[in-house]
Design a protein around this ligand. Sequence first.
Ligand code: SF4
Ligand code: SF4
Ligand code: FES
Length: 476
Amino acid sequence: MPEIFINGQAIEARDDQTVMQVAREHGIYIPYFCWHPHLSVVGNCRMCLVEVEGRGLDISCNMPVSKGMKVFTDSEEVQAHRKAILQFITLNHPVDCGICDKAGECMLQDYHYEYSGQRSLSHDAKVRSTKYYNLSNRILLDNERCILCLRCTRFTHEISKSMALGVERRGDVSNIRPVEDRPLGEDPYSDNIVDICPVGALQSRQFLYKTRVWYLEPTRSVCPRCSRGCNIQVWHRKQEWQLKALDPKQNDSIARITPFENPEVNGPWICNVGRDLSQVLERARAEEPMLKGRPVSLAAALDEARRIISSARHPVALVSNWGSNEELGSFKQHLGEVFHSYVKEDWRAEPGERIEDDLLIRADKNANTARARELFGTAEPHFPEGTDVVLVWGEGFDFAQIPPRAKIIFLNSYLQPENGHADVFFPVSTQLERHGSYTNFEGKVSPFEPCFAKRDTVVDAEALFKSLAAPMRGHL
Ligand code: SF4
Ligand code: SF4
Ligand code: FES
């Protein structure tokens, strides 16, 4: 274990570490652009330079530690060179922060204010480049903003393995470009490059000019679209920036989805399906309890469901594998003895969707099959002779399979034709409206938090199951 000194502080380092890694581990910040903890080192931006006694200036991201080395991360010489590097990096940069989606979370903007603050020293015209290059149907590239850190190309070579991006030409006309016959649009992880681009060169079409990031805040959540259960952040408008007149719908809608880094589940990445969660979670909502398609009060729906359950002789339940650990536990505790229960598959792969790979994507397109099967077994849903009541929780089941004379109690979050066919229908909350957790295929439990309020007529399944089992009349 070599002992090194950073800014006078003695630190025990490991032989295989770089100065950048040791500094970060000990809370000493060295600025960087091209370095990324999950990508190989290219050392091309020079932003991370430090001074080493007796050796002068060099980049810390590619500097192995050696016994007794004395590193200075903020000496006068380092400060002066950082300023010069920022001058160089912004030489042809358009500095169009006013219209750039990255503003507010841009490393170049932050470093300029932290380490330079100088106006451009150059009087020459900036070299112009492509402003809107169509990289795929999801991502636009602004070559003028690109600082050629090569994080995006390395991502496609080292992480997603699509090899979809490369660099064309040299010098001040170098451009990131798609590699012929390797379309970025076919890379199911492509949008991660928007996150890791340190500047606003890569722009998500979904998020383009939608809002400024300082109006938003993230809520921790879990992607339910496969059994990996990637940890995510759901970005939505902050309370203090709620819109009153302009477009109030924006207050309760998903602005974007980004990864929440969890080394045990998804690392720092998610797939594009996870980014598109609003297409699933923001479908038209079911908001009213119904008896055979007729809207009723929650109390009336509860009474009728209790009556049906208490008079059933052979009730069957199809349990949702999108149910949270807490909801599944509640069903088991309160209704597990009442129903013959089977785990139902709520969601299947959509046309064109990648089924499975070695990075994250799993063939089971449901969030909580692991916990559901643990509690309710692995038998395929079926209806024994005499089934007279069927409780269907969640989507994905063909009602035509239900025995013709059986009563149906249905729990669903979205507006669907089946809702009106049920004898009793309960609109239930989505994961954006309640606390909970999912267990992924490896048994890792990930929590999610609410970010939007649910309507009064929408129920939480966890409480509903308890209430359905209550022997006396009662309300949720
Ligand atoms: S597009 Fe972004 S990530 Fe890619 S090289 Fe340019 S600055 Fe780096
Ligand atoms: S890999 Fe699965 S859980 Fe992760 S973001 Fe994609 S669909 Fe969601
Ligand atoms: S971060 Fe070290 S050279 Fe770019």
